[in-house]
Write a protein that binds this ligand. Structure first.
Ligand code: AMP
Length: 283
């Protein structure tokens, strides 16, 4: 496995792969790698000849007072995990390498209105940070398939719009959420949950399931579905809900009465940790 730190090295390496006739898979991550990332590496391994993963905690997508400083970082673990999971190239740049203008990032990418609802409303600027770093990464990587988890469902929709809107030669591939046996979606942030909060955390998935169950039993009023989700979340007093909603799967717009492909999405704070999760449903 090769470990690269320079933007030009990544471009040259993937350019060479394509010249030799190899297809390129790209898996952007913020490190603290776990089996959720492992599923993306496996999907890329199945579909591409050369698999590149990036490991970069992107300061631009964290707001003031968020967990940029405390976000888990362990490059040694990440390199061993990536190698064991079939990654050929790890790109692990410094902040200065990705933001050479002194961290100012004077040029930014606004992914549009979808970037300002739900996660974007709770975390102003978050999706501008995500879209900006991914635009840089796609420009460096060149033609490739890029793999993203449905765990960050709104992000996945935004990445598709970014690629379409700026004509990157990238095919976006979405991969299902990987969960613990108790339903908690794997996340690098789970490691920061104290034991009693870790025990409460599966309530997010239970709320999603409860919401989906009432939709699938015939409920067509989104307010009723969201009430069921809120009631389920309220059973764990240590969990402070941010939102629990049912939206159109294609664009996260409200739908009333509920119809077609839907997505239920939750976000909640558990002590110092903010978690998100989501689940599909059909009406
Ligand atoms: P992160 O390192 O958290 O920025 O995530 C990097 C990529 O891994 C994103 O595309 C995430 O959606 C994806 N990912 C993170 N956790 C999971 C999970 N539990 N299941 C599937 N994909 C995941």
């Amino acid at each position: 496995m090769e470990v690269l730190g320079r933007r030009a090295e990544l471009s040259r390496r993937l350019e060479r792969a394509r010249r030799e006739g190899a297809s390129v898979g790209l898996v952007p991550t913020m490190g603290a790698l776990h089996a959720g990332h492992g599923a993306l590496f496996a999907a890329a391994r199945r579909r591409c000849d050369v698999v590149a993963a990036s490991v970069f905690v992107n300061p631009l997508q964290f707001g003031p007072g968020e967990d940029y400083e405390s976000y888990p970082r362990d490059l040694e673990h990440d390199l061993a995990f990536a190698e064991a999971n079939g990654v050929d190239v790890v790109f692990a740049p410094s902040v200065e390498e990705m933001y050479p203008d002194g961290g100012l990032a004077a040029v930014r990418v606004d992914p549009g209105p979808l970037g300002r609802v739900l996660e974007g409303a709770s975390r102003p600027g978050h999706f501008v940070g995500v879209a900006t770093v991914l635009a840089k990464l796609f420009a460096l990587a060149g033609a490739c398939r890029a793999f993203f988890g449905e765990k960050d469902y709104q992000q996945l929709l935004i990445v598709r719009r970014l690629v379409e809107g700026l004509s990157f030669p990238v095919e976006v591939v979405g991969c299902p959420v990987v969960r613990e046996t108790d339903g908690l979606a794997l996340s690098s942030r789970n490691a920061r949950l104290a034991p009693e909060l870790r025990a409460a955390a599966p309530v997010l998935y239970r709320a999603l399931r409860a919401g989906r169950d009432v939709v699938e039993a015939g409920e067509r009023d989104p307010v009723a579905v969201e009430r069921v989700m809120a009631e389920t979340l309220a059973k764990e007093p240590s969990v402070e809900p941010d939102y629990g909603v049912v939206r159109a799967a294609a664009d996260l717009e409200p739908v009333a009465p509920l119809q077609g492909e839907l997505r239920l999405l939750v976000a909640a704070r558990l002590g110092p940790v903010r978690l998100i999760d989501n689940l599909g449903a059909t009406a």
